[in-house]
Design a protein. Sequence first.
Length: 374
Amino acid sequence: MEHSPVMRQKIIDHLTSLPPARRKFLQRKLIEWYKSNCRQLPWRQSRDPYIVWVSEVMLQQTQVQTVVPYFIRFIKSYPTITDLAFADIRHLLKAWAGLGYYSRPRNLQKAAQLLLKKYGGKFPKKYEQVMGLPGIGRYTAAAVLSIAFDKLYIALDGNVIRVLTRFFRLRGDPAKADLQKILIATGQKLLPNKGSGEFNQALMELGATICSPRSPTCFLCPWQSDCGARQAGIPELFPEKKRRLDIRLSQQAAAVICYRGRVLIQQRTQTRLLQGMWEFPGGEFNQKNLRRSLVNQVQRKLGLTISLVAPLTKIKHTVTNRRITLEVFWARPQLPIPTHLRKQGARWIFLNHADQYPLTAAASRIVAALSLQK
């Protein structure tokens, strides 16, 4: 239920009515806890806005332990905004391959190019300017500005939202604008005048390690005595859960087409998901006869006639609300081979050269299966 502006302000005033002494106590307790318990992560060694920005983008929808090795390799390959701006897109996507959400590296590069053109290669310090960069939303802007420049912005990621909704016992969907405004206002009131970046990181760390979605370890929390959900004994009820998306089953098939010791891969087009990534020819099919559908698809898309020889592997994975089953087949082409395949974004490669291409996650798993067949 949406609140009227007047009612929303009354809620905010009530929630932020902590006495100054109590607020300072909470700030001190959280920072003391953070300094003693925070994980040693590579991006926390620097306040360089470029380092903070790249890490925050990588951490979107991705777990910390997955990000760490990618971050180290990425910064080694692209240590500055200029290096990122002039990076070869194929190499950039390859460096990102496995992290998913491939609009992220594309937007990183577009933003880096804009930073060179408009700001002389330096990261701006004004919120409106940061929000004008491709791929940057409210959370990322607040995180970079607070951590790198000590600006007073609350960084509302999923972990911080969980901590604040529990601490203040805030009901409603955190994705809705109404509760977002309340969260921003209450979070801002908690920020210290100095050290807002460290405070934001402490809140994120608290949500990631203590105030977890299920079975939070409240007895270790530095804020347990003031937490509304803890006092009521219902921390797991916050934040209120959104309705889960209906799961859709997706049946897919791909062909590993072998010719003269090489296999055929193709690049996803500009209009498809994961654009610029490479995969084995195939697609999604609803028909019962996957084999015939796959053969027809390759003929229609590439003008190449193939014969499926035998099953190679079956891959199961989930993307958002799609539960995908990918059946992979060995295949051989019918001669003569069309000469226009390269113009259609397809390429014959030796298997040991596959690591030179930014492959989709499914294609990487197919390559791994092929390597085991040797």
